[in-house]
Structure formats: C-alpha cells, structure tokens
Design a protein around this ligand. Structure first.
Ligand code: RIB
Length: 312
C-alpha cells in the first residue's frame, strides 16, 4: 500500500436538489434535502482510501455535532485521522450545495475551522510526511498554509498534487515550482492564467503558461469532455467516460484521489489520468460527495467493462 496524505478541508454538505439552479433574487421550490460528509480535502482522502492507499488527513474540525459526525465518517472510510485537530474556537466547515436535474451544482462554503488551519497544523503534517508518496492540497484552507505545506513536502521529496479549487486568481508565485501536478478545471485554470479557458486549445495555452511558472505537469479537467494533460515533454487528451450524471459534486475530488493512488502505485501518467477520469465518472453517477466515491472494486470493474487500463 502506498502512503498518501491530504492536507485540507473537511465540510458538512447541506444539499438541496432543485429542477434548475436559481438566478439572483429568485426563490425556487426544491424537491430533496440531505446532509452528507464533504469538503475537498476530506473527499480526496476518502477517495484515496477507498481506492487502496494508506491515507492520512491533516486539518481541523469544530467541537460540534457535525465535527463528530465527520470524524467518524472519515474513520469508517479507513482514513487515519490523528492529524485532525478539534478546534473549539470555530464551527466545522459547511458547504451549502444546490444540485439541478442535469447534475450541475453551485456551492457556497463557510470555512469555519478550515479557515483556522495554520502553521501549527503544518507541524503535524511534517511528522506524517516521511515515507509518504504524495501530498494532496486544495484551496479551502488559507493559501499561505498551503504554500508552507508544499514547501515542507518538497523538503521530504514527497510529490505535491494541487487542486486549485475553489478558483483563485492570485496565488504566490513561489508556490508554482513546488507543484508536481496541478489539476484545475476550466474556471480555475482561467482564474490562474487570466484568460478564458474553454476547451482543449485554450487548456493547452493555459498549460504552457502554468509550465512556464514552474509547475511540473498540468492536468486540465474539461468536465464531461475529458482531460487535457501537458508535461514539459508531451501533451495528450483523454476523453471522458460517458455516464448518466446525477450529481457532479466531488467528481473532481474523486479524480484527484484516483490519479494520486495510480501514480503512487507506479502507474504511468496516462494510465493514472484514466484512473482519475474513471473515478470521477463513477462519482458523478451517485448523489452526495463522500457517499458517491467509488472503491477499488468498483473502479476495477468499471475499467474492465469500459476497456480502460487493467489494474494488474
Ligand atoms: O468538491 C466538492 C466539495 O466542495 C463539497 O463536498 C463541498 O464540501 C465543497 O467543499
């Protein structure tokens, strides 16, 4: 088993299903409401654990019922949670999510304890890094702390995979050279490079810019069209697996979990991207964030059925 560490957010997701997404000022009648475990960091940790990595998470929860529920959910998914600090000074992170009938969503997050992740947490991370193969980062915790975590991972020679989500336009320039793999979607890529990214050609242009800033590999998630990938040596496109999407929440997190597990098992980049795409596609076929994340058996069966790479 390879060791994967996630340093990031843990949220309770409050999910409403509506026929379509509301416009500003509009009140809509929803038809379903549920709460579920989420947060980009926690989702990526659960994804990696279900796909077979020895997975640790470092982050913060509030001392509240949501926090206790989220902690026991992570443990039940097989994630090592000793790196979580229960912070009595804040509520657990919350995400208000609206999902429409086409499976599209919008999300408002209230960071709570995630917003208080600090250098103190990087110190707990440093204890876990020896022997790890990958560190997964996102932007739902303060960016200066993400930078510090990437610097620490770099010192230990641990691969850094950054999901620059939610989208931000100004990240510290010194972060780029510390990123082995960056995985923006089109909105996130547009924010980073400052021009619209819509489709493969624009993803290629964005990748050139991000490689120039020092990133090792750029993987642009193009939703239900596929994934564009650029390293300094090659570019390639992997088409999306066609599935009946019911809810795309956490599909991107499933992608990063699948990518990380495959890479840390020594699979080539192309195959790892296919694993990510398959994990993301499977996650989109189910409702909710963590409940939708596939396990290894489901992923292997899907790859076999769809003619993707076998797992041997
Ligand atoms: O990536 C999906 C996640 O984004 C949700 O689970 C929600 O918590 C938000 O953080």
């Amino acid at each position: 088993m390879t060791k994967v560490i996630v340093f990031g957010s843990i949220n309770i997701d409050l999910v409403t299903k509506t026929p379509r997404l509301p416009v500003a000022g509009e009140t809509l009648q929803g038809y379903e409401f549920f709460t579920t475990a989420g947060g980009k960091g926690a989702n990526q940790a659960v994804a990696a654990a279900r796909l077979g990595a020895l997975t640790y998470i470092v982050g913060r929860l509030g001392d509240d019922d949501f926090g206790r529920q989220l902690l026991s959910g992570l443990k039940a998914a097989g994630v090592y949670t000793d790196g979580i600090l229960v912070d009595a000074a804040a509520n657990s992170g919350v995400a208000m999510i609206t999902v429409d009938e086409a499976g599209e969503n919008n999300i408002i997050i209230v960071a709570g304890a995630n917003g208080r992740v600090s250098q103190q947490d990087v110190e707990r991370l440093a204890v876990l890094l020896p022997g790890a193969s990958a560190l997964l980062l996102q932007f739902e915790i303060p960016i200066p702390v993400v930078l510090s975590a990437a610097q620490t991972a770099h010192k230990f020679g641990v691969m850094v995979i950054l999901d620059p989500a939610p989208a931000v336009s100004d990240i510290p320039p010194e972060l780029y050279p510390l990123i082995d793999i960056i995985t923006p979607n089109e909105i996130e890529a547009s924010q980073l490079v400052g021009f619209p990214v819509d489709g493969q050609e624009a993803a290629h242009q964005a990748s050139i810019e991000l490689l120039k800033r020092g990133v090792g590999t750029v993987i642009v998630k193009l939703g239900d069209r596929g994934v564009f990938c650029a390293t300094g040596r090659e570019t390639f496109f992997i088409p999306a697996f066609s599935v009946q999407a019911v809810d795309t929440v956490a599909a991107g997190d499933a992608f990063n979990g699948g990518l990380a597990v495959a890479l840390t098992e020594g699979r080539p980049l192309r195959e790892a991207v296919v694993w990510g795409a398959a994990a993301g596609a499977l996650a989109a076929t189910k409702s909710g964030a963590q409940p939708a994340l596939p396990d290894r058996e489901a992923l292997e069966a899907f790859l076999k059925e769809r003619g993707g790479y076998t797992t041997g």
